[in-house]
Ligand binder design. Structure first.
Ligand SMILES: *Cc1c(COP(=O)(O)O)cnc(C)c1O
Length: 392
């Protein structure tokens, strides 16, 4: 099948919910991808922050194939090793108490929203179910997580949305105070807003928010679906903010390309969701959990240090590139936003870069770079050369 044939097939049978770039991808190795015609692409996108250890990583492939040959699925009615070992790894490396496993980011956020509501119900009874989220946030595409998302463009078509969410301005404690009330049970935020434009939260704001949550007995919920699993240079971003959240969701990068999500709870919240309170059929699936164990094994302290170094290197190189259409950079680790200047939109620049062999993303009005965390310097330099050549 060639590119045009694939496009026709997809156009005829796949629901047209995605505006795709005019590129197909067939296979990859490291941070390098190839299309059906054999053309090479450098990947600064990771399938939107998912392919954390690159493509066809030998450790990951071995873990997945070995587990697939052993036990593919068993349900949560029985014990299985990969799930328990993964929970242990995540807790030992973060100081959190226990883990629930889900299958996507939205579903993981639904879980921490339920956790906050049940925590409050158990302690205070009904009437304290409101969650404060931030403007410009993104929390997912289910009805609840769309409602939680603090962007009006997402509150459309699918009426009725649900009650129980209020939106405060990021970085502004007065704005949080304005929406506070006796009905609040938690605050949900991304420590670096991803889809909103790669906007890191202010350290002092996060600290003040944590203090307020403790005072009011609101749960502090962090959505680490994009920032988690090494993306920002520590295993979770909250480890750089000096806070211990009550719960932290994760998904995208956890299983290096297989669908998996979940959330961690701290000691205070580890017993809130007891037997029957929450469940999902595929959660903690042995193949996904084995993949995630390989990802965590690969992302050791040395690999995380490389994420920080390569992130700084990428940002410095881009800032000194001297092309008119790019401004400053922002972000944490290898979650990088590049400001776009001039006539052309971020989407147009992304299309040009992709056409020329560099996969990038957009977010807000910025270009967004989320390379595989294991990308080599050589691949980074190749990608930067394409960027310079294309945008000069
Ligand atoms: C991608 C993302 C989600 C949604 O994850 P899905 O797996 O698409 O449901 C939620 N929150 C954040 C911060 C994200 O980046």
């Amino acid at each position: 099948m060639n590119h045009e044939e694939l496009k026709r097939l997809d156009g005829r049978y796949v629901m047209p919910t995605y505006g795709r770039f005019d590129v197909d991808i067939d296979h990859g190795s490291g941070a390098t991808l190839y299309d059906l015609a054999g053309r090479e692409y450098i990947d600064f996108a990771s399938g939107i922050g998912v392919n954390s250890v690159g493509y066809a990583n030998p450790k990951w492939v071995a873990a997945v194939t070995e587990q697939a040959g052993k036990l593919g699925h068993i349900s949560n009615l029985f014990y299985s090793q990969p799930c328990a070992r993964l929970a242990q790894q995540l807790c030992e490396r973060t100081g959190m108490a226990n883990a629930f496993f889900a299958n996507s980011g939205a579903e993981s956020n639904e879980g921490i929203i339920k956790l906050a509501r049940k925590y409050s119900f158990d302690k205070y009874g009904k009437g304290r179910g409101t969650i404060i989220t931030l403007k410009n946030s993104f929390h997912g595409r289910t009805i609840t997580t769309l409602t939680a998302t603090g962007q009006d463009v997402f509150h459309n078509y699918f009426f009725p949305f649900i009650d129980g969410f209020r939106y405060a301005e990021a970085g502004n404690m007065d704005s949080v105070a304005e929406v506070a009330g006796h009905d609040v049970c938690g605050v949900l935020l991304e420590l670096v807003q991803g889809e909103g434009g790669v906007l890191p939260m202010d350290q002092a704001f996060v600290h003040d928010l944590a203090v307020l949550c403790a005072e009011r007995d609101w749960l502090l919920l962090v959505d680490e679906v994009q920032t988690g699993v090494g993306r920002t240079g520590t295993l979770f971003a909250f480890q750089q903010y000096g806070i211990i959240p009550d719960a932290a969701s994760f998904a995208k990068g956890i299983a290096g390309g297989l669908p998996m999500g979940g959330f961690l709870a701290n000691d205070k919240c580890s017993g809130v969701l007891g037997p029957g309170a929450h469940a999902t059929t595929f959660g903690g699936n042995p193949i996904c959990a084995s993949a995630a164990l390989a990802v965590l094994d690969i992302l050791d302290e040395e690999a995380l240090a490389a994420v920080r170094e390569n992130g700084n290197y990428l940002r410095a190189r881009i800032e000194h590139m001297g092309v008119d259409c790019l401004g400053g950079t922002r972000g944490l680790g290898m979650m990088i936003g590049v400001e776009v200047l001039g006539e052309r939109s971020n989407r147009e620049l992304a299309a040009r870069l992709i056409e020329n062999g560099l996969l990038v993303l957009t977010a807000g009005t910025a270009l967004r770079l989320l390379p595989p965390l294991t990308i080599t310097r050589e691949e980074i330099d190749k990608g930067l050369a394409i960027m310079e050549r294309t945008l000069a």
